[in-house]
Design a protein around this ligand. Structure first.
Ligand SMILES: Nc1ncnc2c1ncn2[C@@H]1O[C@H](COP(=O)(O)OP(=O)(O)OP(=O)(O)O)[C@@H](O)[C@H]1O
Ligand SMILES: [Mg+2]
Length: 454
């Protein structure tokens, strides 16, 4: 470590000397200055590996020093200190590339440990002048050409190699896991493990040992020691899915891993150091959960360093044709079918549907249609009823009598069915509301639902 140069910027003489001394005693080459201008001139004239700066320093403030230092030396590791920095400032600083935001008084031993870990990580990571671009193979699996999805690609490229914690928001089926993998496989950790953990699916009493492992005999049934998923993921990425469902007790433990990069096995006596990147996902409104004291605020801010919000499919209908094509190709092979495509009219219906289950729902519907149809082109009559009700909205103005005639009763029944289904969808199944939408009383609606077998 001794060949690493550290620069300490702190206007408080006692604090500065104390830090400089402690770091020197540990073998680092250390310079200490009082203000931002002096700091910048040192950074311009010699190679500084680690910058430790207070947020409030004379002449140039800590944030500007940070940006300037990063501009001059992309590889510089920056720790920022403050008397009582607000969470907003901390998040901002981390977005600008600060390794860690610490509140004074800083414990030198802790800081030295963190510095050593950061240097080690930097050495493992090949320096790249350009931001990472997502590899072609990953890009091929994420379908979409809309502005919404292109923005996501750009963001992935920017964050992949940073080690920053990413929190992915999105309705169910929007591709949260797919994007988490894209980030991992575009990062320098790509040859290391990607370990997903579904925090909602594992019973609470098992989750702790699942995540952190346990020592032999630590509880009844613990016949052998077990390595937890965080340890298995060392130097890789842990994907914490449905983080909003995690119990308060485990939230504390996760916070510790994030803050200290260390964990304790169940029944363990000594902490274990780990180097992991965390990507979390949730379909819940975590900010609301924080307001309702269901989710720890400190953990929320630790996780929410880089928020990524995945758009609902209904918000990007122009991607639907591409996705349909993609899934047809996949299922033609998987199910040995020869479906050539989708008619324009059927595609319009697919685009008009609201997709509450997003891409997963689209994928399932394409799979079902392909299984049921051997070959040819998917047309309107191949679509499930729930999708057809979306078409009604546009077609209800003008009903065309087919050239070869039609059964009046069937057409009217169909029309009724679709109208009612649509009203029920719009009112999320609340019959009172649906009846209001159709301007009919509730009893009539209930009778019709029964008669039409809905
Ligand atoms: N842009 C996309 N292009 C192609 N396939 C996609 C895309 N987004 C999602 N998928 C596919 O849709 C399915 C659902 O994606 P994923 O499991 O990542 O979503 P999720 O948000 O984690 O869903 P859930 O909330 O249900 O866990 C997967 O099979 C995934 O491969
Ligand atoms: Mg998922």
């Amino acid at each position: 470590m001794s060949d690493h140069n550290i620069l300490v910027v702190e206007k408080d003489n006692v604090l500065r000397c104390f830090l400089v001394d402690s770091l020197e005693r540990d073998g680092f080459k250390v310079s200490g200055v009082m203000d931002g201008e002096e700091a910048l001139s040192i950074i311009s004239s010699k190679n500084i590996d680690v910058l430790i700066t207070n947020l409030e320093i004379p002449k140039i403030d800590g944030m500007s020093l940070l940006t300037n230092a990063k501009e001059k030396n992309k590889n510089i590791i920056v720790f920022m200190t403050a008397k009582n920095g607000s969470v907003d400032i901390a998040v901002n600083a981390m977005k600008l590339g600060v390794e860690e935001f610490l509140t004074n008084p800083v414990m030198p031993e802790k800081l030295i440990e963190k510095i050593k870990l950061s240097i080690k990580k930097k050495q493992q990571k090949p320096f790249k002048a350009e931001q990472t671009t997502i590899s072609l193979k990953i890009r091929e699996n994420i379908i979409g050409d809309s502005k919404e999805i292109k923005d996501i690609f750009e963001l992935i490229g920017k964050v992949a190699d940073t080690d920053s914690t990413v929190l992915i928001y999105g309705e169910s089926g929007t591709g949260k896991e797919l994007i988490a993998k894209a980030i991992h496989y575009s990062s320098y950790r790509k040859d290391r493990p990607f370990i997903p953990v579904n925090c909602g699916a594992i019973p609470e009493e098992l989750l702790e040992s699942e995540l952190f492992g346990h020592e032999k005999g630590s509880f009844t049934g613990a016949h052998k020691a077990r390595t937890g998923r965080f340890e298995l993921a060392d130097t890789g990425t842990v994907f914490l899915d449905e983080i909003g469902d995690m119990s308060p007790k485990l939230q504390v433990k996760i916070l510790r891993v994030l803050q200290e990069q260390e964990l304790e096995r169940v029944g363990g006596v000594r902490p274990v150091k780990v180097d992991i990147r965390i990507i979390a996902a949730t379909h819940r409104d975590l900010e609301k959960a924080v307001a309702n004291s269901k989710f720890r605020e400190d953990l929320y801010y630790r996780l929410n360093v880089i928020p990524v919000t995945l758009p609902a499919l209904r918000a990007r209908p122009t991607d639907i044709p591409l996705l349909v094509r993609h899934f047809i190709n996949i299922f033609n092979i998987q199910k040995s079918r020869n479906i050539q495509g989708v008619t324009k009219e059927a595609l319009e219906c697919l685009k008009a549907y609201s997709w509450p289950g997003n891409i997963r729902e689209l994928q399932n519907i394409v799979e079902r249609m392909i299984v049921l149809k051997m070959d040819g082109i998917i047309d309107v009559e191949d679509l499930p009823d729930k999708i057809l009700s979306g078409r009604l909205e546009r077609d209800s103005k003008e009903i065309k009598l087919p050239a070869d005639g039609a059964s009046f009763n069937t057409m009217v029944t169909n029309f009724e069915k679709q109208l009612i289904q649509q009203a029920l969808t719009k009112s999320s199944g609340v019959k009172n509301k649906a009846a209001k939408l159709l301007n009919m009383n509730r009893t009539t609606l209930v009778e019709k639902i029964k008669k039409l077998n809905l």
